[in-house]
Design a protein around this ligand. Sequence first.
Ligand SMILES: CC(C)(COP(=O)(O)OP(=O)(O)OC[C@H]1O[C@@H](n2cnc3c(N)ncnc32)[C@H](O)[C@@H]1OP(=O)(O)O)[C@@H](O)C(=O)NCCC(=O)NCCS
Length: 177
Amino acid sequence: MCVVEKSDVDVHVVSLAAEGTGSAPIAMREPTASFFEALSGIHKDAFAALDEEGWSGSSIEDLYNHEGVSFFIAAIGDAPKAFAIVRAVAGEAELLTIATNPQAQNKGLSVVILNKIIAHLKRGRIDRLFLEVRSDNAPALGLYKKAGFKNMGVRKNYYKTRAGVLFDACTLVKNIR
Ligand SMILES: CC(C)(COP(=O)(O)OP(=O)(O)OC[C@H]1O[C@@H](n2cnc3c(N)ncnc32)[C@H](O)[C@@H]1OP(=O)(O)O)[C@@H](O)C(=O)NCCC(=O)NCCS
């Protein structure tokens, strides 16, 4: 595994070899619309399992252009398979989203991404990382528990599925430093 950081636009690429060991860095250029569409495809496919709309390429591109926002992408070969978006403001950060392509799930990609995020926030002297997760989302709750997040509270009826079913959000936090 190798890690490539594109410092000028704050994109962090975690590159995983197709066979699991060793890899060439992904050559990141200025992201194109097709790059954001690829992330949107991952997001839509991943969130379909929760009966939620994934994000469009243009909404992901909008976030990319926001101050304090970082992207973390796990790729196998040249193809992005999982990504996360984090926003940091005034010493605190929020995990805005994380998603793994359904065919690439349960291979440890999200753990690699979260570890990369935490190392990045430590270097940036960020104290805490917050997130919200649907109360019935067992894979995500398992991931965050494993990463050391703690429960902070509940937001009632925070999520609405495409079918109109409401779910609570659990607010979680991890101390970074
Ligand atoms: C949550 C999600 C990002 C996990 O991605 P992933 O790359 O498959 O996760 P990993 O393979 O790194 O697994 C890490 C840990 O997550 C937990 N986990 C993953 N899938 C799980 C499942 N189906 N059930 C319970 N725990 C699960 C486990 O603790 C796992 O560690 P382990 O393999 O040692 O048991 C992925 O399932 C996904 O994209 N879900 C849809 C989108 C989503 O829910 N995003 C989070 C919104 S808050």
